[in-house]
Design a protein around this ligand. Structure first.
Ligand code: TMP
Length: 212
């Protein structure tokens, strides 16, 4: 069964850790699963990621940034996501189009509709079947990052707290607009509970789809 599930969240929400646990549990349930990420997930797209997130690239224009994310998305989709969906896999993707709507559309101020249109060109209209949004207050998420210095530090981590507050607000707005596709999961709970809740949401979706 091919299903495209994306994971979204602000910095330090724990979505990447949750995604890995979800992957293991779904494999144990007998599904074919791959985990991938954006920007990245293919050789070319990982190179674009390095350009976008390089802390030295302080002069990067915001539209250039939006276009690079969309370019990386296109390449990742063509090389990785679509072939795996065609094979009947569950594809778990760490970030996708909603990240661009929120970060570039709202927080960078380009405008959600402009960024959406540009991304629809990149994706040919493919949208996730299900999106797990791991919600966390930015102060809590950023503190977690401080405490786990092992994590990659990138250009966007340097943004001020206001930027991260805008990101959270924008995610909550999107989740209100698309309450079926986007399921909000409380990321402030202990990790085991966040994983359990996410698995409930995913299994509910899979059972519903299986019984159709
Ligand atoms: P990560 O921390 O989840 O690896 O994501 C890297 C950063 O890239 C994160 O700060 C969010 C940002 N990002 C965007 O701004 N727009 C996008 O479309 C994507 C996929 C990520």
């Amino acid at each position: 069964m091919s299903v495209f599930i994306t994971f979204e969240g602000g910095e330090g929400a724990g979505k990447t850790t949750v995604l890995q646990s979800v992957k293991e549990q779904l494999i144990n349930q007998g599904y074919e699963v791959i985990a991938t990420r954006e920007p990245g997930g293919s050789v070319i797209a990982e190179k674009v990621r390095d350009v976008i997130l390089n802390p030295d690239h302080t002069e990067m224009d915001e539209r250039t940034e939006a276009l690079l994310y969309a370019a990386a998305r296109r390449q990742h989709l063509v090389e990785t996501v679509t072939p795996k969906l065609d094979e009947g896999c569950i594809v778990l993707c760490d970030r996708f189009i909603d990240s661009s709507l929120v970060y570039q559309g709202v927080a960078r101020g380009i405008g959600v509709e402009e960024v959406r249109q540009m991304n629809l060109f990149a994706t040919g209209g493919l949208m996730p079947d299900l999106t797990c949004y791991v919600d966390i207050e930015p102060e809590v998420g950023l503190k977690r990052i401080e405490e786990h210095k092992g994590r990659e530090y990138n250009r966007l981590d340097q943004e001020k707290i206001d930027f991260h507050l805008m990101v959270r607000d924008a995610y909550l707005t999107l989740a209100k607009q698309e309450p079926i596709r986007i399921q909000t999961i409380d990321g402030a709970q202990p990790l085991d509970e966040v994983v359990d809740r996410t698995m409930k949401v995913i299994n509910h979706y899979l059972n519903k789809t299986n019984s159709r």
